[in-house]
Design a binder for this molecule. Structure first.
Ligand code: GPP
Ligand code: MG
Length: 292
């Protein structure tokens, strides 16, 4: 049999980072919202997630305007910190020799919280070189840089050692990536019996498709919010078995109510979050799962 010669096709080199990922990195390299920096300054713990729990509304009645701003800032930080502590509480028990992986670590607050709670080693990963550098500086200031390290890497392809991690998490960062790719990487780096935790905003399948508010949130952060169902499907396909699911939607509302009244901190997305939560199209969820 003879075959006709086939013209050689040249394939374009696969970029290490997609154009989308570059745009996301650009956003986070440039981001300097007072709502993140002013809160973080209070105790050098920089969070990139929202808050949970009842707010102390008395801060709004403070007559001195400078003091009022300070008290509102501190209260929002307290609520964000409560969210970080809730997530961290799901990771344990962990020992000081254990390693944890913080996927989409932002300016690093979550890894510090885990280290303070368990004394564990932490590796944070962010696609933003600026955030990684900032977070490493905070770890140096605290004197925990021997145990807490931040890396400018892709959370889908960390290069970390397989099976070396006792726990891992995404705190409001999973909406930037394909869940199957993300959970495959968590399952790879987690040891058998390791714990994975995600806190996320997801759209509500019972409402239907993504609402207008969900689309506005996507446009605001350049992300792509997944439906609730997608988390469970992708976990099931990637050796992650849910052990605890908590709907935090109600608990998230005081934070947004207080934040919308913080003129010195608002970013313009506050009312959209409140509408999305209240019209039932959007949920704030925590899922803890075991790696089997
Ligand atoms: C918080 O970060 C949120 C995200 C990065 C992604 C979107 C989250 C959803 C739950 C949809 P941030 O603290 O940097 O945001 P902000 O500047 O608004 O405080
Ligand atoms: Mg924030």
């Amino acid at each position: 049999m003879t075959t006709a010669p086939v013209a050689r096709t040249t394939t374009a080199p696969v970029p290490t980072q997609s154009t989308y990922q570059t745009r996301v990195a650009d956003y986070w390299n440039a981001e300097e919202n007072p709502v993140n920096l002013e809160l973080g300054k209070i105790d050098d713990l920089y969070h990139h997630h929202y808050g949970i729990g009842e707010a102390d509304w008395a801060v709004l009645d403070e007559p001195d305007s400078t003091l009022r701003r300070e008290r509102v800032t501190a209260e929002l930080h307290r609520l964000e910190h409560a969210q970080a502590e809730l997530l961290a509480s799901q990771l344990g028990p962990l020992a000081p020799a254990d390693r944890v992986f913080d996927a989409g670590c932002g300016r690093g607050g979550g890894s510090v919280v885990a280290n303070l709670r368990y004394g564990c080693h932490a590796d944070g990963v962010t696609i933003s070189a600026k955030q990684a550098e900032f977070a490493n500086e905070t770890a140096r200031r605290r004197g925990i840089d021997d145990k807490v390290r931040y890396h400018h890497r892709n959370m889908l392809d960390t290069g970390f050692e397989s099976g070396a991690y006792a726990a891992s998490w995404n705190n409001e960062s999973s909406m930037y990536v394909e869940l199957d790719l993300l959970f495959a990487e968590h399952a790879r780096v987690l040891r058998r019996g390791g714990r994975y935790v995600v806190v996320t905003g997801c759209y509500n399948d019972t409402y239907g498709r993504a609402s207008r508010e969900v689309s506005l949130i996507n446009a605001h952060y350049i992300c792509d919010i997944h439906p609730r169902s997608a988390y469970f499907r992708a976990m099931a396909r990637n050796r992650l078995v849910p052990v605890h699911v908590q709907d935090l939607t109600e608990a998230a509302i005081p934070y947004w109510e207080l934040r919308r009244q913080a003129d010195h901190l608002v970013t313009g997305i506050e009312d959209t979050f409140l509408s999305a939560y209240r019209n039932g199209s959007f949920q704030y969820l925590m899922i803890a799962a075991d790696r089997v």
